[in-house]
Design a protein around this ligand. Structure first.
Ligand code: FAD
Length: 306
């Protein structure tokens, strides 16, 4: 069954991993007894793998997805971007994915590398990529597209962003995978707004486990411009270790890190509860190539039994 068909029947549950840069990282992720094998035991419907901007790490992306495909029980989904890609290059790469039995993709514009003003390729936006894939491959691919509940960080307006999401649907996308959003009021407003705009696609919610203060702040502020709600800000301020090179070593640093993670896991689980009662079609956990903390979130939140 295709991912969006699962979502039409029940709530789906999935993980996202990234291609490791080293062989050692690859063995830890995709080797025997590695993270992927452990994640399969949690019975996700699909596992997606990110695609480096400008084609970096693409080979390892395919290696990771080959491993997922070989599991026989989990759908592999590749992320795919317009960055630096020509029409011919896109055609060849997507044909290779099909030959490897990978027929699900997340069609993205991609994050522009620092200093770039455009994609440096033949296509400029995800809308164009969805159209190109449908024109070239027909219905061979199930296509997911990104949705940003707070508006993409560089969007002209939330209304403009929603109109481009509608365009992705009109070009043939099958479901939405969302950017992380901790602001539940904004998430509910966005769902109302996209439905009013005629976007009917299933919504698969992207959830970043809150495990580390610096990574959480970096992800929110420098990458996506997300609002940090009061409850999350309180956790960060309670356990934040101020990176001051002139300050004496913080003896409590390790204790604070562990306490942050504990509070962050609880926060993530409560967030999943809130999402699950919003009429969404799937929970997509950014697994960050980790198992233990992610498994705890899956088991304690109850999403394994969806
Ligand atoms: P688009 O939908 O093309 O939007 C980009 C911007 O342009 C927005 O501001 C939008 O409002 C505007 N826009 C869209 N269409 C038009 C148009 N026709 N005319 C004018 N303006 C337009 N990045 C990676 O590099 N690799 C990954 O693996 C990756 N994985 C991701 C996974 C998820 C679940 C999500 C949500 C994002 C991921 N990203 C990844 C990040 C994503 O590539 C960035 O957010 C990127 O900046 C925008 O991609 P998009 O597909 O949303 O772009």
């Amino acid at each position: 069954m295709k991912a969006h068909e699962i979502m039409e029947k029940r709530m789906a549950f999935s993980f996202e991993v990234f291609p490791p840069k080293t062989d050692e990282g690859m063995t830890k992720l995709a080797g025997k007894g590695g993270v992927l094998e452990k994640l399969y035991k949690l019975k996700p419907d699909y596992i997606s793998c990110t695609y480096g901007a400008g084609g970096g790490n693409v080979g390892k992306n395919l290696e990771v997805l080959d491993a997922v495909k070989a599991s026989g029980s989990v759908i592999p989904i590749t992320h795919f971007t317009c960055i630096g890609n020509t029409h011919e290059g896109i055609k060849q790469q997507l044909q290779t994915y099909l030959e490897h039995g990978i027929d699900h993709m997340l069609a993205l514009r991609g994050d522009l590398p620092f200093g770039w003003t455009g994609t440096g390729g033949d296509l400029h936006y995800a809308t164009e990529l969805v159209k190109f894939v449908r024109d070239t491959f027909g219905d061979k691919f199930t296509i997911a597209v990104a949705g940003s509940p707070e508006g993409h960080i560089a969007c002209r307006s939330l209304e403009a962003d929603i109109s481009f999401l509608k365009q992705k649907q009109d070009e043939g996308a099958n479901f939405i995978m969302t950017q992380l959003c901790w602001d539940m009021d904004q998430f509910r407003r966005w769902v109302d707004a996209i439905r009013k705009a005629g976007v009917t696609l299933p919504i698969d919610v992207g959830i970043m486990p809150v495990l580390d203060a610096a990574a959480t702040i970096n992800m929110a502020l420098s990458r996506n411009g997300c609002v940090i709600p009061r409850a999350l800000a309180e956790i960060i301020s309670r356990y934040w270790i101020f990176p001051n090179p002139f300050a004496p070593a913080d003896d409590a640093a390790d204790t604070k890190k562990a306490a942050f993670k504990e509070a962050g896991i609880e926060y993530t689980i409560r967030l999943i509860d809130e999402y699950r009662v919003c009429g969404i079609a799937g929970i997509h956990l950014y697994a960050l190539n980790k198992y233990d903390d992610v498994a705890r979130i899956v088991l304690e939140s109850g999403i394994k039994d969806l």
